[in-house]
Write a protein that binds this ligand. Structure first.
Ligand code: TEU
Length: 573
C-alpha cells in the first residue's frame, strides 16, 4: 500500500514475536512451558525490542495438535496457567508499550468442545448443522472403503472424514479427526465466533492471528453437496484445495467479521490471516484496506519452494532464483494495495538456519544473521519465532519415539506401512518435521537449557550448551544482537518501513540484492546466500562510498567481496 509516513498504520513499523507457550519457558517444573514462564521472560522481549507478542493457543484443549484443537475459547488450559495470568500478561505488555495477539482457531474446534459434543449427539440436535455432517457416498454403505462423502485427504494423512457410528454420518476434519471443521455457512456459528472475538478484545487483547482462515468457506452446492477433488496418480485421495481454499464466501465472511468485531474500535489493532495456498492476487483483495478484511496474510509460497513432488516430507534444495522470483512477485503485488507479512520460521516450519542457511559451526552465526537481514529489509511486517533470534537449529531426532507432532507421527505411520525405510522416514522428519521448531527455547547452558527444572516434554537440543540466550545477550556479534539492530533499524528508518522495493540480479544464483527507496533516499541490501565468497565489485562499482548502515560481520574487509553469508545494508542516497 502506498502509505506516507503520516498515514501508515503502526504495524508498518512493528516487529512481531511468536511464542509457542508449550516450548517457551516453564515456571512450575512440569516440563511444559506456561504463562508464568512468559511473564518471567518479558525482559527478553523488551531487550530484543519487539512490538507485539503473538501467543500460540493456550486455551483448554485435549492437546491432540498442541492446542490447535480448542475445547473452550474463553479460558486458559490449566497446563498453561489461568485467565488471571493472561490478564496480568496483557497488563505487563501494555505497561511496556507492547501488544498481545491471540491465536484464533475457528476453522475447527476440538471434538471435545461442547458445541461438537452436542452436534454429534443426534441428527436433529440444534447444533447438528454447526459442523459438516454428511451421509456416505451415494449407493455406498457407511464405513465401506471409499464411502467417504468426498475424496479429500486430511492435512495429517488419511481421509478428511470420520464416521460417527452412532448416527451413521461422516464428519469433516481437514486436520486431525479430533479437529472437526465448523460450518461457517451457518449464521449461528459466525455469530458465536464473533461474540467470542469481541470478548477477547474487550479483555484488552490487540488482535488475532487467524489460523487457516482461508479454509472456512467450502465450495458447497445449494443442496449441500460437496465435490471430489481431482485425484493424484496412484493416490486414493483427490486434491481438496479447489474445494476448500479461498472458497466462494471467504471475502464475505471476513468482511462480516471485520464489521461485527473490529469496526468502530479506536484501539490500535492488528489482524493477520494464515492462508495456505493463497495467491498474490487473492492476498491483494484480503489486505486491501478499502475492503476491510485483514491487515496482512501469512502466505506459504516461499516455504513450499523446497518441497519435492511428494510434498513437505520429500524435500529438494531451495533455488535462490526461485526464492527471488517468489518474494519479488509478492513485494510487487502488494506494493500499491495491501501489505506483506515476512517470516522464515514458525511453529510449523523447520528451523531456517538449518533449512536455508548453513548450521555447521563455521557458518551458523553468519547464515542466521544473513537470512534475518534479507527478510527484515523487505517491505512488510517481520515475524520472529522464538529461538530464531539466537539461531536455533533443527534437532537431531534419532528415533520415532522422540517425535511428538501429530503430522509427523501420522505421516511416518503411513510411510512405514507403504514400505518406506525407517532410516529414510527419520531423515525426512529431521529435515522437515514440525518438532524442529518446537524443542524448548535455549535460555542457558544448564542441563535443560534453563527451560524447566523438570523433564522437558520434548528433548532440548544438545547444541544448547553453545547456542543459548545467556551466551549471546552481551555479545555484540551474536545472532541476538543482530536481531536487536534489525528491529531498531525498522523502528528508526522510514525507508525500511515504507520504501519501494526493487529486486536486483534476479538470475544471480548466489546474491540476493535489492533496493528500498523513499522520498529520494535509498538503501541497497546485498546478501551472499552461500558458504563461499562472491565478488560484488561490479554491483557496487557506483557506490564505493556508501555508508554501511548494518553488516553481519564485525568489520568489512573488502568492499569488493562478500564473504560467506555476508550481508550488507548500504545507504546509497
Ligand atoms: O497450520 C496450517 C497449515 O496449513 C500447515 O502449516 C500445517 O499445519 C502443516 O504444517 C502442513 O504441512 C495451522 C497451524 O499453524 C498448525 O500448527 C495447525 O496444526 C493447523 O493450522 C491446524 O490448526
Amino acid at each position: 500500500m502506498s502509505w506516507t509516513e503520516q498515514d501508515a498504520p503502526w504495524w508498518t513499523k512493528a516487529v512481531v514475536y511468536q511464542v509457542y507457550p508449550r516450548s517457551f519457558a516453564d515456571s512450575d517444573g512440569d516440563g511444559i512451558g506456561d504463562l508464568g514462564g512468559v511473564l518471567q521472560r518479558l525482559d527478553h522481549l523488551a531487550d530484543l525490542g519487539v512490538d507485539v507478542l503473538w501467543l500460540s493457543p493456550l486455551y483448554p484443549s485435549p492437546q491432540d495438535d498442541n492446542g490447535y484443537d480448542i475445547s473452550d475459547y474463553r479460558d486458559v488450559d490449566p497446563t498453561f496457567g489461568t485467565l488471571a495470568q493472561l490478564d496480568e500478561l496483557i497488563g505487563a505488555l501494555h505497561a511496556r508499550g507492547m501488544k498481545l495477539v491471540m491465536d484464533l482457531v475457528v476453522n475447527h474446534t476440538s471434538d471435545e468442545h461442547p458445541w461438537f459434543v452436542e452436534s454429534r449427539s443426534s441428527t436433529d440436535n440444534p447444533k447438528r448443522d454447526w459442523y459438516w455432517w454428511r451421509p456416505a457416498r451415494d449407493g455406498m454403505a457407511a464405513g465401506a472403503p471409499g464411502a467417504e462423502p468426498t475424496n479429500w485427504e486430511s492435512f495429517f494423512s488419511g481421509p478428511a472424514w470420520e464416521l460417527d457410528e452412532a448416527t451413521g454420518e461422516y464428519c469433516l476434519h481437514l486436520f486431525s479427526r479430533k479437529q472437526p471443521d465448523l460450518n461457517w455457512e451457518n449464521p449461528e456459528v459466525r455469530a458465536a465466533v464473533f461474540d467470542m472475538m469481541r470478548w477477547w478484545l474487550d479483555r484488552g487483547v490487540d488482535g488475532f492471528r487467524m489460523d487457516v482462515i482461508n479454509l472456512i468457506s467450502k465450495r458447497v452446492e445449494a443442496d449441500g453437496s460437496l465435490h471430489d477433488g481431482p485425484s493424484h496418480d496412484g493416490s486414493p485421495y483427490g486434491d481438496r484445495s479447489p474445494e476448500t481454499v479461498c472458497g466462494p464466501r471467504i471475502h464475505e465472511f471476513l468482511a462480516e467479521m471485520h464489521r461485527e468485531v473490529f469496526a468502530g474500535r479506536d484501539a490500535q489493532l492488528i489482524t493477520v490471516g494464515e492462508m495456505p495456498g493463497v495467491t498474490v492476487e487473492q492476498a491483494r483483495r484480503f489486505t486491501d484496506p478499502d475492503r476491510a478484511e485483514v491487515d496482512m496474510v501469512f502466505q506459504f509460497e516461499h516455504v513450499g519452494l523446497d518441497h519435492g513432488p511428494g510434498g513437505k516430507f520429500d524435500p529438494k534444495p531451495l533455488s535462490l532464483v526461485d526464492l527471488k522470483a517468489s518474494f519479488g512477485r509478492w513485494q510487487a503485488g502488494l506494493a500499491d494495495v495491501g501489505w506483506n507479512s515476512l517470516y522464515w520460521d514458525n511453529h510449523d516450519q523447520p528451523r531456517a538456519v538449518s533449512r536455508f542457511g548453513d548450521d555447521s559451526p563455521e557458518h551458523r552465526r553468519a547464515s542466521a544473521t544473513c537470512l534475518a537481514t534479507l527478510l527484515h529489509l523487505h517491505r512488510g511486517t517481520p515475524y520472529v519465532y522464538q529461538g530464531e533470534e539466537i539461531g536455533m537449529a533443527n534437532h537431531p531426532f534419532a528415533a520415532l519415539d522422540e517425535v511428538a507432532d501429530i503430522e509427523s507421527v501420522n505421516w511416518a505411520r503411513e510411510a512405514l506401512a507403504a514400505g518406506h525405510d525407517l532410516a529414510d522416514v527419520m531423515a525426512a522428519i529431521r529435515h522437515s518435521g514440525r518438532d524442529n521448531a518446537r524443542t524448548p527455547v535455549q535460555w542457558d547452558a544448564s542441563p535443560h537449557a534453563g527451560f524447566t527444572t523438570g523433564t522437558p516434554w520434548l528433548a532440548v537440543n544438545p547444541d544448547h550448551v553453545d547456542w543459548n540466550v545467556a551466551a549471546q545477550r552481551d555479545d555484540p556479534d551474536s545472532v541476538l544482537a543482530h536481531h536487536r539492530r534489525l528491529i531498531a533499524l525498522r523502528h528508526d528508518d522510514p525507508v525500511v518501513q515504507l520504501g519501494e522495493f526493487g529486486m536486483l540480479l534476479p538470475e544471480h544464483e548466489r546474491l540476493y540484492a535489492f533496493t528500498r527507496r523513499l522520498a529520494g533516499r535509498e538503501l541497497l541490501v546485498v546478501c551472499n546466500v552461500g558458504s563461499t565468497p562472491v565478488d560484488v565489485a561490479d554491483l557496487l562499482a557506483q557506490v564505493t562510498e556508501a555508508e554501511l548502515v548494518l553488516g553481519n560481520h564485525p568489520d568489512v574487509e573488502d568492499r569488493r567481496v562478500l564473504r560467506a553469508w555476508e550481508a550488507w545494508v548500504l545507504r546509497t542516497a
